[in-house]
Ligand binder design. Sequence first.
Ligand SMILES: C[S@@+](CC[C@H](N)C(=O)[O-])C[C@H]1O[C@@H](n2cnc3c(N)ncnc32)[C@H](O)[C@@H]1O
Length: 311
Amino acid sequence: MAIKIPPAEIHSRVTLKTFDDQEYLRRSVELGVGLNSLMADQGLSMGQFRRILDFGVGCGRILVNYEHLFEEIEFYGTDIDSVTVNWCRANIAGPRFSVNEAWPPLEYPTAFFNFIYSISVFTHLPEDMMMAWLAEIARVLAPGGVFLATTHGDYCAQLFLPNPNDVEEFRRTGQHYQMNIHDHVLPDWYQTMFLSRERATAVLSQFFDDVLFVPRGLCNYQDALIACKHPHARQDSVLWERTSKEVAELRAELQALRKASATTIQELESLKAGHDDLNDRMNTLLERIRNWLLPTLEKHSAALKHRRRLW
Ligand SMILES: C[S@@+](CC[C@H](N)C(=O)[O-])C[C@H]1O[C@@H](n2cnc3c(N)ncnc32)[C@H](O)[C@@H]1O
């Protein structure tokens, strides 16, 4: 199997590190083998599905493991990163690639895919975005379809949360969003999300049926969740479209609010600066009154009294 190897400037956008070709390939194959074995443990295999989406495809590190299936199965890959997606378009023949926005919707019709997998993506999204994307994935997944995602759980929290307060929050709430990625390549909201078994299962159960949690299920590292959409799930596309529209409207409102509060803060700051300036000028005037006008007045009135006495 010929796996395409993206150059360091491309694959580092996904791995946050650079590897030589051999090491990149080793990791890519390891993830493919890990995913196959995770699926096989549940009686699943990539080959059983007709139309598959790799959500957060990056530079195709997972997808290329299924090159031997590209002719018989429709593969799709989507990502927010147009640089890696363009690399995929130019170097991986077969699948159809698209660039999606940071927020839903996807360009695909309702109930389009039989299998959607998302490796190391929900490990990075903030809560509101995670919820919005799970709803959207549930929309494009056909009834009877399967969704597989990986998350950072207990094991990764032990590895990556050095601060005891963060660990405490993770233990108490089952969730912690760590601001620890500052690479100036990925958007600011792309950070590290940790979800406990209970929280991850509860979150996915809001959108899918029969959620299975496999601790350290992918390559003995990230936790894995496999969920399905009930074969008789009501696919109310009007409802989904309305929800997406409402989400888009709310987002626009939020953006307008953010802009308005930024302007208000600016105005307040300039008022405060003006106020500080006014304060300074008042203090100078008061000082002048205290140190010069009042003593001078007293001096003059004393001189006046003296004159009157003389008259
Ligand atoms: C750690 S990388 C994993 C890439 C790929 N799944 C793999 O394992 O090689 C995370 C990927 O998720 C993508 N991503 C983050 N947020 C996304 C979103 N809202 N929609 C689609 N892709 C997203 C990033 O651009 C990045 O390519």
